[in-house]
Design a protein around this ligand. Structure first.
Ligand code: FEO
Length: 174
């Protein structure tokens, strides 16, 4: 496997691991703060990031490279409020999108069209994830400080079936 591509993919493996832990921390915080719908959403999202990581690990190893399972920083343990949680999620996903775009760039420079084809799944996934995060954040901003609204928002999130797999998504926000 091309070494520059391998290195970029290993970097991404680490980023997906960071994402998974980050959302796990958000899930745990939400659960401790009575936001069960948000907790469910974040636990599912965390699992999905682990899946993104595993998909990369398998691809690198199957193509004759070597996936590196590196260390990651401790995730934060507390968050200001719900809006701040989803703001951080969106900001994080925007950074992940930049990283995926960088891989596309490296693939083209190195003429690695197989990896370029593989990484397109992640390009679509990022589009979906950013859109979902923006939709949810818009709803939270509309609700503002209304506690009743936040309660209903969280309940809707608990009953929603969120599809993180790049397919159609039901944000469950009515
Ligand atoms: Fe693995 Fe949220 O991107």
């Amino acid at each position: 496997m091309n070494k520059r591509v391998e290195s970029a993919l290993n970097d991404q493996i680490n980023k997906e691991a960071v994402s998974s832990q980050y959302y796990l921390a958000m899930a745990s915080w939400a659960e401790c703060n009575g936001l069960n719908g948000t907790a469910k959403f974040m636990y599912t999202h965390s699992d999905e990031e682990r899946f993104h990581m595993l998909k990369l690990i398998k691809f690198v190893n199957e193509r004759g490279g070597e996936a590196i399972i590196g260390s990651i920083e401790k995730a934060p343990t507390s968050f200001k409020d719900l809006e701040s949680v989803f703001e951080k999620l969106l900001a994080h996903e925007i950074k992940v999108t930049e990283s995926i775009n960088n891989i596309v760039d490296v693939c083209l420079q190195e003429k690695d069209y197989t990896t370029h084809n593989f990484i397109q799944w992640y390009v679509s996934e990022q589009l979906e994830e950013e859109a979902l995060a923006r939709t949810i954040l818009d709803k939270i901003k509309l609700i503002g400080g209304d506690k009743g609204g936040l309660y209903l928002f969280d309940r809707d999130l608990e009953n929603a079936s969120i599809d993180f797999s790049g397919g159609s998504s039901n944000e469950g926000q009515n």
